[in-house]
Design a protein around this ligand. Structure first.
Ligand SMILES: C[S@@+](CC[C@H](N)C(=O)[O-])C[C@H]1O[C@@H](n2cnc3c(N)ncnc32)[C@H](O)[C@@H]1O
Length: 197
């Protein structure tokens, strides 16, 4: 399992706080846009699913959802949602080929080192069927550093992320920028990209 232990320890300790802070995550407009691009009964992977609120919303829409997260406490919370298959796994454990119609990686891949992102995007592309849809949410900015809670973050420019997606074989089909407060309480800029394999 490839993961930053200190980051996962924060999510293990704060899983309840996280779930409460983002209890309305099922109403995320990006989730609605993503689901709108999927075929009926689509097979979806929620990569870095956290407490599983969005995985459960996708399951409730009739999709077949597999959800993974490296945090044991998050996995316990995600398993409380009926019907979702939940596995404790790091991003580097993804080894599926041509299985999913959609991969949803919402503000999770921002916890990997910049040098490792290309490998994770290649694995995601391989796991998707041709024509499959990929959502990625990331914080924008520069550098790699820890936040006030001790979580490791990598920040990207939008151009850099576009290049990464292109190099992994994706065509970007939607981009939305915004800003918002996360678990640490700071207001940070972000980008959400929807891409097709
Ligand atoms: C900011 S939360 C996002 C959770 C969820 N996707 C959401 O939008 O609410 C980041 C999640 O990524 C998970 N995570 C961090 N590094 C990971 C890794 N290397 N492999 C798998 N999951 C990881 C954390 O445990 C946490 O649940």
């Amino acid at each position: 399992m490839s993961k930053d232990e200190a980051t996962i320890a924060v999510y293990d300790a704060r899983a309840d706080d996280y779930a409460n802070a983002f209890a309305d995550a099922a109403d995320d407009p990006a989730l609605k846009r993503f689901m709108g691009r999927l075929p009926r009964g689509a097979a979806v992977l929620d990569l870095g699913c956290g407490p599983g609120t969005q995985a459960a919303a996708m399951q409730a829409r009739g999709f077949q959802v597999t959800a993974t997260d490296a945090s044991a406490a998050m996995v316990v919370k995600a398993r409380a949602h009926q019907g979702v298959i939940v596995r404790q796994a790091g991003f580097g454990d993804l080894g599926d080929h041509n299985v999913y119609d959609g991969v949803w990686a919402n503000f999770s891949l921002l916890h990997v080192a910049r040098a490792d992102l290309a490998g994770h995007l290649s694995r995601i592309a391989a796991a998707l069927k041709l024509g499959g849809v990929f959502h990625i949410g990331m914080k924008t900015g520069e550098g790699e550093h820890g936040d006030q809670l001790g979580r490791f973050y990598t920040y990207y420019s939008i151009a850099e992320l576009r290049d990464h997606l292109g190099a992994a074989g994706f065509e970007v089909i939607e981009e939305v920028e915004g800003e918002g407060a996360g678990l640490a309480g700071t207001v940070d800029p972000w980008v959400e990209m929807l891409a097709r394999r």
